[in-house]
Design a protein around this ligand. Structure first.
Ligand SMILES: Cc1ncc(C[n+]2csc(CCOP(=O)(O)OP(=O)(O)O)c2C)c(N)n1
Ligand code: SF4
Ligand SMILES: [Mg+2]
Length: 292
């Protein structure tokens, strides 16, 4: 089965994608909005749960796969991207999605992020950005604002946060989108587009943690975000960078950038064809063909 054939295969309502496990997030957690948006995107695409794999590391947000029907792997902290890459290469017909947090992705998992983007691994990465380590009770993360009094930095931080959108644009992700969890319609549309996209699709979702991040509230995010203008051209990198720089202080939401580029999987197939069409990625053959 090819990847294109996984779409429109089944009629399932969003709620039918709920697994038998109920979410355990705190009341008011933004991750509920991301979960509901994922159900909606899968339903609109008509993906059978057997063709969907969600992979996560560790964190409150990394629990998301438990709550969605399909194959799933709850892996090590920061290693979801590496496991998802292997999954995608092993069975390219699957739809592979990483779900995780800002700490999981950009702290301990930070070494993987640029490489998934530049290699254009054909998968979706949904990052629930709450500017905090939620699961471990409120330490600062790479997206924590400097003025945030976190558990280990009670007087605020001493460093600037990174911007996930700017980061992903810089490292070559071919689909870069941003949304706020309080707008599930937009989140669902962007996750849907990310699943359909061939290549590395990164969706940054501001997802409030009312328990441990008292400054990035839902109200704060609502005031922070701004829809992209109607004439924004997502195929234009210069425009994408310009909005990502937040010239008016607002964080752009919507599809910021999209590009069609060969994927890691395409290149692996090309290599296999080059050395004789082995379907088994025979490393010895590759070495023999290239080392005199
Ligand atoms: C190797 C390792 N180091 C540290 C931890 C502790 N730990 C678990 S989750 C987490 C941070 C989670 O933050 P984030 O990814 O932002 O998820 P959130 O809970 O905010 O959704 C940390 C440091 C761990 N589980 N494993
Ligand atoms: S601690 Fe924060 S991120 Fe974790 S479930 Fe509660 S509100 Fe959500
Ligand atoms: Mg977090």
């Amino acid at each position: 089965m090819s990847r294109a054939e996984i779409f429109n295969n089944i009629e399932m309502k969003p709620k039918e994608y709920k697994s038998e496990v109920s979410p355990v997030w705190c009341p008011g957690c933004g991750d509920y909005g991301v979960l509901n948006s994922t159900y909606r995107a899968l339903s609109e695409l008509g993906i059978h749960p057997k063709d969907f794999v969600s992979v996560s590391g560790i964190g409150c947000s990394s629990r998301l796969p438990y709550f969605v029907k399909g194959y799933k792997m709850h892996t090590l902290h920061g290693r979801a991207g590496a496991v998802a890459t292997g999954t995608q290469l092993a069975n390219p017909s699957l739809s592979v999605m990483v779900a995780g947090g800002d700490g999981d992705g950009f702290s301990i998992g930070g070494g993987h992020m640029p490489h998934m983007a530049r290699k254009n691994v054909d998968m979706v990465y949904v990052l629930m950005d709450n500017g905090i380590y939620g699961l471990t009770k409120g330490q600062s993360s790479p997206t924590t604002r400097k003025e945030m009094p976190a558990y280990i930095t009670p007087y605020g931080g001493v460093e600037e946060p990174l911007d996930p959108v700017m980061y992903m644009l810089t490292y070559g992700a071919t689909y870069v989108a941003q949304a706020f969890a309080g707008n599930p319609k937009m989140c669902a549309a962007l996750i849907k587009g990310a699943i359909e996209h061939k290549g590395f699709a990164y969706v940054n979702i501001f997802s409030q943690c009312p328990t441990f991040n008292k400054i990035d509230t839902a109200k704060y995010y609502r005031g922070l975000v701004e829809d992209l203008s109607e004439d924004h051209d997502p195929t234009d990198m210069d425009q994408a960078i310009a909005v990502a720089r937040r010239p008016n202080g607002k964080a752009p939401v919507g599809l910021i950038y999209k590009e069609d580029r060969y994927t890691l999987c395409d290149e692996m197939k090309r290599l296999v064809d080059l050395v004789g069409g082995s379907p088994d990625y025979d490393t010895q053959k590759i070495i023999d063909a290239h080392i005199p």
